[in-house]
Design a protein around this ligand. Structure first.
Ligand code: HEC
Ligand code: HEC
Length: 264
């Protein structure tokens, strides 16, 4: 279902979250850009013609990566599983305006990289696969899609909702995290963390990201979780609960990063 109308599903989730979270616990992160404003990135607004076709292809790869870029994917995760609503949700590491801030310095690589090299990095780590060549259809089409998401932006200027939530630097308690997981996460992601791919992604095990991925850092996962999860009540986790459940997930097994790709 999420692949048919991710924007709509996200909108319902956000509205529902706002109601269920209630007034007692203010949402820690208010989206700086309204959902209405984001609707400019609906598929219907992609231009016609061959340029539009390349953009649509890129969006398909983004939303169903194991299906449309299978050669470079080693698990069952799609870009959209972490970059929510086809990369348009604020604070869920959106791709809006991304093309305007590359090339940029990358700490992991220790050098300035292009946006295409950043895509390769998520293939090698988050997708537990291999970096597609720069001239591959996968990289070219993803570039067309993200360029389109960046068309209204200003060169050098980041989207206001770039990255994840900003949280205090807390220490997670994995034992507390087990209880949170059982009550708030396992109904969807399963007691075994395997999810139901491609509808619900795995959180650990062979179909998850590898131990070289950004999500393998509990602080980063916590910052992802606060605005996005649980998907049926986002905004309901406190930063401490997010750190607790992320540090529990961090104790579970997952694929090993292939050191051959350490320059990505
Ligand atoms: C398992 C979750 C996950 C998946 C799947 C994933 N990513 Fe990411 N991605 C992340 C995280 C986490 C970060 C932030 C990493 C960091 O800060 O170290 C990130 C960062 C990025 C960035 C840089 C964003 C910025 O603001 O600097 C780009 C571009 C990107 N990913 C593209 C992709 C593409 C394209 C795909 C699919 C081929 C993909 N990602 C799949 C988790 C994921
Ligand atoms: C109602 C079902 C549902 C619940 C409950 C839920 N999730 Fe998710 N989760 C999803 C879906 C679906 C996605 C894929 C992104 C999207 O479509 O929103 C996802 C994505 C994720 C991701 C990023 C992708 C990956 O596989 O690494 C993480 C991490 C995550 N969820 C953790 C959690 C945690 C922790 C909880 C409990 C606090 C939770 N989720 C509760 C449905 C759910």
């Amino acid at each position: 279902m999420k692949h048919q109308s991710p924007a709509l599903a996200g909108m319902c989730a956000i509205v529902l979250g706002g109601i269920l979270a209630g007034c007692s616990s203010p949402r820690p992160v208010a989206p700086p850009v309204s959902m209405a404003e984001q609707s400019r990135f609906q598929t219907a607004n992609i231009p016609a013609g061959s340029a539009g076709e390349e953009i649509r292809k890129g969006k398909l790869i983004f939303d169903e990566t194991p299906k449309y870029a299978s050669a470079y994917v080693g698990n069952r995760l799609s870009c959209v599983d972490c970059h929510i609503n086809s990369g348009t949700m604020p604070h869920a590491s959106p791709m809006i305006d991304m093309a305007n801030i590359f090339p940029m310095y990358n700490k992991r690589a220790g050098r300035v990289i292009s946006m295409q090299e950043r895509f390769q990095e998520c293939f090698a780590r988050s997708e537990n696969g291999s970096p597609p060549p720069l001239n591959s259809e996968a990289i070219q089409a993803l570039t067309a899609y993200v360029d389109w998401l960046s068309k209204d932006g200003v060169k050098g200027k980041a989207f206001p909702g770039r990255g994840f939530a900003k949280l205090p630097n807390l220490t997670g308690n994995p034992v507390q995290g087990i209880a949170i997981y059982a009550v708030q996460c396992s109904e969807c992601h399963g007691g075994d963390g395997a999810g139901v791919p491609p509808i619900i992604p795995a959180l650990w095990g062979p179909n998850s990201y590898n131990d070289g991925a950004g999500m393998n850092d509990p602080a980063k996962m916590a910052a992802f979780l606060v605005p996005t999860m649980p998907q049926n009540n986002p905004g309901s986790l406190t930063p401490q609960q997010a750190f607790d459940v992320a540090s529990f997930i961090h104790t579970m097994p997952r694929p090993k990063f292939n050191e051959a790709y350490k320059h990505y």
